[in-house]
Design a protein around this ligand. Structure first.
Ligand SMILES: Cc1cc2nc3c(=O)[nH]c(=O)nc-3n(C[C@H](O)[C@H](O)[C@H](O)COP(=O)(O)OP(=O)(O)OC[C@H]3O[C@@H](n4cnc5c(N)ncnc54)[C@H](O)[C@@H]3O)c2cc1C
Ligand code: SF4
Length: 566
């Protein structure tokens, strides 16, 4: 029997080596900072906030670090521009971070979760089922992560951090076996890399400790994991596509759905579901999350979300409303089984989604990101005291020790085999997950093995015929959605996406359907293969292509979406 096409057989034409370098700027042109944090998400900003608190308590340590004790690099136009989540937030880690300095009612939440409902959907029906323990949200708060990120950035700046937006960390600087910092990407290059009149070359930013808090599919995180031999099991991802709606009547509860439009058969590997959260009195956010180990070449999470909205349960929530926001992002789903063997190396710490700290059955990662950022700050701070050096091997190991002792580890360990259980299909997977919950993770005795998303053979089932034709009111196409994301990337920017450009038709179609931003198109056919046409300026940097056979590298700083409500 002929083997089907696997994305793994068409790896991206690039390697980690391209993104590893030694410092090259002359010493007087280098930017020197104390602690360098890459990524202004919840992990990176929590790290900056905690360092600010520690420096306030120990000004002598801050003084040793020079003019810029803490710097945060963010590739988005401003903090929050590239943040997208559900989001129902467990406030536990925020409380631990602020220790009474800020109360939860001072944080930018839309309100506490007052009631919740879980539905199993069929095409026309809906069965309300009891919420599985992992999906109970009492005591949690609804937020827009983009908005929460802006607020956290203000807190970090008040604590003395310097935030540099529109700045992508492109290369990891390593010399003598130690991370020295990063090189930022050039700005103002043309499509083919040529200098434009406004060229601003990147710089070496050197630090005593570099904290990678890049989030999902982290570019330098992948490079660091490879360089320091930290991987033990492959990571797997899901893609989430979401919308924000202004609605005519308030939604009073948090809603999750399973089932339709996903299929339950094991051969399709369609694991996921939807979330619908109230954002105050007049807004609602809804999204669809689907594992990227799915096999159907025509599976498009964006179009599944459009299909979901035609179901009466969802349609009646949106009736009389208007779509005001859209965006997409991946979620690392390997959880505990995919954690790197260590989250530190000489001069380096890894926090948040970059490390894979996500509880998939609960769809939660924000409080783990915040807690890991806080613990990274404490470990870094200890090595900055007089007489200590952060780059001697093991100097930063206190971070791993603290994380292992934390609720993060305990939570992720208990649910570690749940995601892989769904490779057996929805029903058997659900039953196995139930047994895992009942035994708090003691069952099964042998851990599952993760397979990379690219390993699964593609199949075709005519799925796309079921997607609704966009009507511009309830259902929308990808291009108008990209526009709504605020993406204003210039058309002549260099291509930041690495994919093979001649592949079997099935793979080109799979990328075309998968990408929520219409970046890929199937080109001309020759000798049984097609060309892949790429429009990089549409890209919203969701990371899905990294999971499914290509590689997302940092685009020019300041480009990409400009989310505000996601
Ligand atoms: C659809 C969806 C729904 C979710 N729902 C929930 C939920 O309801 N509750 C919950 O708790 N969690 C939820 N999560 C997970 C949660 O959003 C993440 O776990 C969390 O955002 C991780 O935080 P982080 O700081 O590690 O990464 P991120 O939030 O991704 O932030 C990383 C930041 O780093 C920047 N960056 C990355 N690389 C570079 C670079 N090289 N140079 C400069 N800047 C860089 C990015 O632009 C970004 O601003 C959801 C995720 C998705 C996608
Ligand atoms: S091209 Fe950009 S938007 Fe499309 S899948 Fe890849 S990372 Fe996501």
């Amino acid at each position: 029997m002929n083997r089907g096409v696997r994305p793994a057989d068409y790896p991206p034409p690039t390697s980690d080596e391209e993104y590893l370098a030694q410092p090259t700027d002359p010493p007087d042109e280098r930017i020197e900072v104390g602690v360098l944090i890459v990524g202004a998400g919840p992990a990176g900003l929590a790290c900056a906030i905690r360092l600010g608190q520690l420096h306030e308590e120990h000004p002598d340590v801050a003084e040793r670090l020079g003019d810029v004790p803490v710097a945060v690099l963010e590739k988005g136009k401003q903090p929050g521009s590239h943040l997208l989540s559900g989001a129902v937030v467990n406030p536990r880690a925020l409380r631990r971070l602020f220790q009474g300095r800020k109360r939860v009612d001072e944080m930018p939440f839309y309100g506490p979760v007052e009631s919740e409902a879980v539905y199993f959907l069929t095409k026309r029906g809906a069965l309300r089922i009891p919420a599985p323990p992992t999906m109970k949200n009492h005591g949690n708060y609804v937020a827009s992560l983009s908005r929460l990120g802006r607020w956290l950035a203000e807190q970090a700046e008040e604590g003395g951090a310097t935030i540099l937006p529109e700045t992508a960390a492109e290369k990891l600087l390593v010399s003598d076996g130690r991370v020295r910092g990063v090189r930022t990407g050039d700005k103002g290059r043309g499509r083919n890399g040529e200098d434009l009149p406004n060229l601003e070359p990147g710089s070496d930013v050197l630090a005593r400790v570099t904290v990678l808090a890049e989030g999902t599919a982290g570019h330098l995180t992948g490079v660091a994991i490879g360089r320091f031999g930290l991987a033990q099991s492959p990571q797997v991802w899901a893609l989430g596509v979401k919308e924000v709606w202004k609605v005519a009547k308030p939604l009073r509860r948090v809603v999750h759905t399973m089932g339709w439009p996903l299929r339950s058969g094991a051969k399709y590997r369609e694991f996921g579901g939807s979330f619908i959260y109230p954002m105050g009195e007049d807004m609602v956010t809804l999204g669809m999350v689907v594992g990227l180990d799915h096999r159907d070449a025509e599976l498009s999470v964006h179009d599944l979300l459009q299909q979901l909205k035609t179901h009466r349960v969802v349609r009646r929530i949106l009736e009389g409303g208007e779509r005001i926001g859209w965006g997409a992002k991946t979620i690392p789903e390997g959880g505990f089984l995919a954690l790197p063997r260590r989250l530190h190396a000489p001069g380096l710490l890894i926090a948040g989604d970059g490390a894979g700290l996500v509880n998939v059955p609960a769809l939660k990662g924000i409080h783990y990101a915040i807690e890991s950022g806080r613990l990274a700050a404490e470990a870094a701070f200890e090595t900055l005291r007089p007489g200590r050096t952060p780059w001697t091997p093991g100097a930063l190991a206190a971070y791993d020790d603290a994380l292992r002792e934390s609720f993060v580890w305990k939570d992720l360990r208990a649910v570690r085999n749940m995601r892989p259980a769904f490779a057996h299909g929805f029903w058997l997977g659900g039953a196995l997950a139930g047994a895992m919950t009942a035994t708090r993770g003691a069952f099964p005795r042998k851990d599952s093995r993760l397979e990379r998303d690219v390993e699964h053979e593609l199949l075709r089932t005519g799925r796309a015929r079921g997607y609704p034709v966009p009507d511009g009111k309830l259902t929308f196409d990808k291009l108008s959605s990209v526009y709504l994301s605020g993406n204003r990337t210039r058309d002549d920017a260099p291509n930041h996406l690495r994919v093979q450009r001649r592949v079997p038709r099935e793979l080109a179609e799979a990328w075309t359907w998968m990408c929520p931003a219409q970046v890929y198109d199937v080109g001309t056919e020759e000798d049984g293969e097609v060309t892949v046409d790429v429009t990089p300026s549409n890209c919203v940097q969701c990371g899905a292509i990294t999971a499914k056979g290509g590689r997302l590298t940092p685009a020019e700083g300041g480009s990409g979406p400009e989310y505000t409500l996601t």
